[in-house]
Design a protein around this ligand. Structure first.
Ligand SMILES: *Cc1c(COP(=O)(O)O)cnc(C)c1O
Length: 475
């Protein structure tokens, strides 16, 4: 062991500088060579587990040794979300400048609880989120907060909705109480599973979640929502929250938020809008009409980590009633009591310490500017429509859902094949195994449906052409 390693304290500063440059070179090479990697990791389950040491090294290892294992062991186990041919789920990727933001956040290592423990996070966050609010065309009465994921943002929104009922649930809980009616939350059949998880976690139970049928465009049927609320009221239940989605996970369908807002208003129900994916598209002026009525919501979630080139994780919850959110979560231990009249971020959620996430979004918004961001999102939507046109013009393929944003739902349907589900699943698996591209699937009206999402900051028309050629080779 060297003299240096025997010393206590951190890595020697000369080493930090040296390896720091190496790490940047490693990342730069990675971004430059992305297209040479298979999109999906070619590992089998447990390949990595079996290659890793079962306990920590007794003595410290050299950093080059560690980096070598990243190259040899970790990298093969990486599925390359940044690859321009990652079209599965939602194609999400980080910009390079977003990585710089993460590096600095890690370096500062602040935990935003009180203003004094992190003035930078406490003050930058609302500014950056107000920039984003303006870009998305939302009115100034929305205040943003950053959480890790949309699942957590939505959990907070529904917790707020429950607190608004003023039933003393914060103090008395819900169990063992005979004075509470059954509380009801509504969403559509196409809504993301994070709503189910939220009602589980909030002690409402899945029985409290009513799933409203959708129309042939996979949009919530507002009339059926109205009826369901009326029926529940007649039975003595208490409808208190509706979750409408703009850009559902399966097809990016758009619930009729304006009509739903009317129903919520009439019944005094909290409206949460899940725009985790599609919220980013609101920055494009010609797409604003898809978002009609969302300004009437009580809360909205959108994920810059999905389609705003910001590294995972960063989800934004916009709420109208910031005091209600505070009322839902604020609990101040003696050692955290301060006399300053300032915002303390710990008061607005379940976490005590929060990461300084706004820094990377600030970097992204400043580096690309409003124009640069709008152009990129617009181009992704153009590419998805272009792909949809190829599908439409082909005898052998068909579109299975509208394409409002940058996701195309389609399938192969050659005349001579009987079982199209089997064929399409086979096509998808073959493409995925090849490592050339990644597609995922959904089931629409019982049909096995291929999903092609366009969203990587590195995607170009040639990448879509490549997928289209691959698909046509398979039939
Ligand atoms: C992706 C997605 C979510 C979940 O996002 P996380 O940030 O991973 O929790 C929720 N709702 C919709 C509509 C989504 O597309």
């Amino acid at each position: 062991m060297s003299q240096l390693q025997k010393k206590l304290g951190d890595m020697p500063k000369e080493d930090f500088r040296k390896f720091g440059y190496e790490i940047i070179d490693f990342i730069a090479d990675y971004f430059e060579n992305l297209e040479h990697f298979p999109v999906l990791s070619q590992n089998q389950p447990n390949d990595l587990t079996n290659a890793l040491s079962k306990s920590a090294p007794i003595q410290g290892e050299s950093f080059p040794q560690i980096l070598e294992d990243v190259e040899n062991l970790i990298l093969p186990a990486v599925t390359h979300w940044n690859h321009p041919n990652f079209h599965g789920l939602f194609s999400t990727s980080t910009s390079s400048v977003g990585v710089f933001g993460e590096m600095l956040t890690a370096a500062f290592d602040m935990k935003a609880m009180l203003w004094r423990t992190s003035p930078a996070s406490t003050e930058l966050e609302p500014i950056v989120l107000d920039w984003l609010r303006q870009m998305m065309g939302l009115p100034a009465d929305f205040h943003g907060l950053i959480y890790d994921t949309a699942s957590i943002s939505t959990l907070h929104a529904i917790a707020m909705a429950r607190e608004k009922l003023n039933l003393g649930i914060r103090e008395k809980g819900m169990s063992g109480r005979t004075d509470l009616p059954l509380l009801r939350v509504y969403c559509s059949e196409q809504t993301h599973s994070s709503i189910d998880k939220a009602v589980v976690l909030l002690g409402l139970g899945t029985q409290s979640l009513v799933k409203i049928p959708t129309n042939e465009r996979f949009e919530m049927d507002a009339e059926k929502l109205r009826e369901a609320i009326q029926d529940d009221k007649a039975r003595g239940h208490l409808p208190f929250c509706v979750v409408a989605t703009i850009g559902t996970t399966s097809t990016t369908s758009i619930d009729p938020v304006d009509k739903i807002a009317d129903i919520c208003q009439r019944n005094n129900i909290f409206l949460h809008v899940d725009a985790a994916y599609a919220g980013s598209a609101a920055v494009v002026p010609e797409f604003q009409f898809y978002f009609k009525g969302w300004e009437r919501a009580d809360s909205i979630v959108t994920n810059p980590h999905k389609w705003f080139f910001t590294p995972f994780d960063l989800s934004v919850l916009y709420v109208k009633d910031l005091d209600l959110l505070k009322q839902t979560f604020s609990l101040v231990a003696e050692y955290l009591k301060v006399t300053e009249t300032v915002t303390n971020q710990m008061d607005y959620g379940i976490q005590l310490g929060r990461r300084f996430r706004s820094l990377k979004l600030w970097f992204v918004m400043r580096y690309f500017g409003q124009e640069g961001l709008i152009e990129r999102i617009r181009e992704h939507c153009r590419l998805a429509r272009l792909f949809a046109n190829w599908v439409d013009d082909s005898e052998n393929f068909e579109i299975l859902a509208p394409v409002p944003f940058a996701l195309c739902c389609f399938r192969a349907c050659p005349k001579n094949v009987e079982d199209l589900d089997v064929l399409n699943e086979k096509i998808m698996n073959e493409i995925n195994v090849s490592g050339e591209a990644y597609l995922s699937h959904t089931k629409l009206n019982g049909k096995f449906t291929l999903r092609l999402s366009v969203g990587s900051i590195r995607v170009e028309e040639r990448h879509l052409r490549k997928v289209w050629d691959l698909l046509n080779e398979k039939i």
